[in-house]
Design a protein around this ligand. Structure first.
Ligand code: ADP
Ligand code: MG
Length: 246
């Protein structure tokens, strides 16, 4: 078997808010191109872990490595530049800009630096391809404030893709969507793998988690209690007791 350098390596990460320990010695590895699901009860530290990986929060212990480099003290924009993208629980595009302009901003900010050397498209062409890729071509000139919830999720994913990431972190990107919309957004997220992008997906909808995950990780009260093949993890008595049985 081939040993591959992990893309993301979270080692013994601890995060405290005052006297409260939100993450306690958490380890997490994501391989290049891997799809990892992260589940756990509300308040278990899932978003905190995302915020530590993306650099929105400073960690109190442990290390976070990306492609073999310690990025623990890099600011968020440097982590985006390195190839870490996230889609937010609450989508926050620039409301007065059109769909197309929202993508142009990301391309001009970081996506152009990170594009493949053999990509001869203009920035405008790349923006239109991305907009088309998420099914928003018909809305390209609409201001983002006028979009529906599912269209906003598509725009959020398009903005993440425009940064040409190596890993996408999707924190409850499916919350509040109808069944058909869940499938549509999940298909877009799963399609990232064909582009070689790793995805860490935080999600409560178990059917989506099971369809998505190649590996499943469970956080409970800031501790990782399981990490393995999804079928094994959901049959783990401790996981059933702490989360699935609730
Ligand atoms: P999850 O995403 O799993 O629902 P969070 O990571 O959002 O959980 O929160 C984990 C715990 O940390 C919760 O008890 C929450 O109240 C607390 N917490 C999160 N962010 C902060 C913060 N900025 N300041 C203080 N406490 C926080
Ligand atoms: Mg959360």
């Amino acid at each position: 078997t081939q040993t591959q350098m992990p893309l993301v390596k979270v080692s013994a990460v601890t995060k405290k808010f005052g006297g409260f320990t939100a993450l306690s010695n958490v380890d997490l590895v994501i391989a290049p191109g891997e799809r990892v699901g992260l589940i756990g009860p509300n308040g278990s530290g899932k978003s905190t872990l995302v915020n530590c990986i993306s650099g929105m929060l400073k960690i109190d212990g442990g290390t976070i490595e990306f492609a073999g480099e310690n990025i623990s003290s890099l600011p968020p924009h440097a982590r985006v530049h390195a190839g870490i993208a996230r889609s937010f629980q609450i989508p926050r595009p620039f409301k007065t800009m059109s769909v197309f302009e929202n993508i142009m901003v990301v391309l001009n900010f970081s996506g152009n630096d990170r594009k493949h050397a053999d990509d001869t498209r203009t920035t405008e062409e790349r923006a239109l391809d991305i907009v088309q890729g998420v099914g928003l071509f018909g809305k390209k000139d609409h201001v983002s404030a006028s979009l529906t919830q599912v269209e906003l999720r598509k725009l959020e994913l398009a903005r993440a893709m425009a940064a040409n990431p190596k890993v996408l972190i999707a924190d409850e990107a499916l919350a509040g969507l109808s069944g058909a919309e869940v499938d549509e957004i999940l298909d877009l997220i799963m399609g990232m793998k064909e582009k070689g992008v790793s995805v860490l997906m935080i999600e409560h909808i178990m059917s989506a988690v099971m369809r998505f995950s190649e590996r499943l990780v469970v956080l409970v009260a800031g501790n990782k209690i399981a990490d393995g093949l999804p079928q094994d993890v959901i049959n783990n008595p401790e996981v059933i007791k702490a989360y699935l049985g609730e």
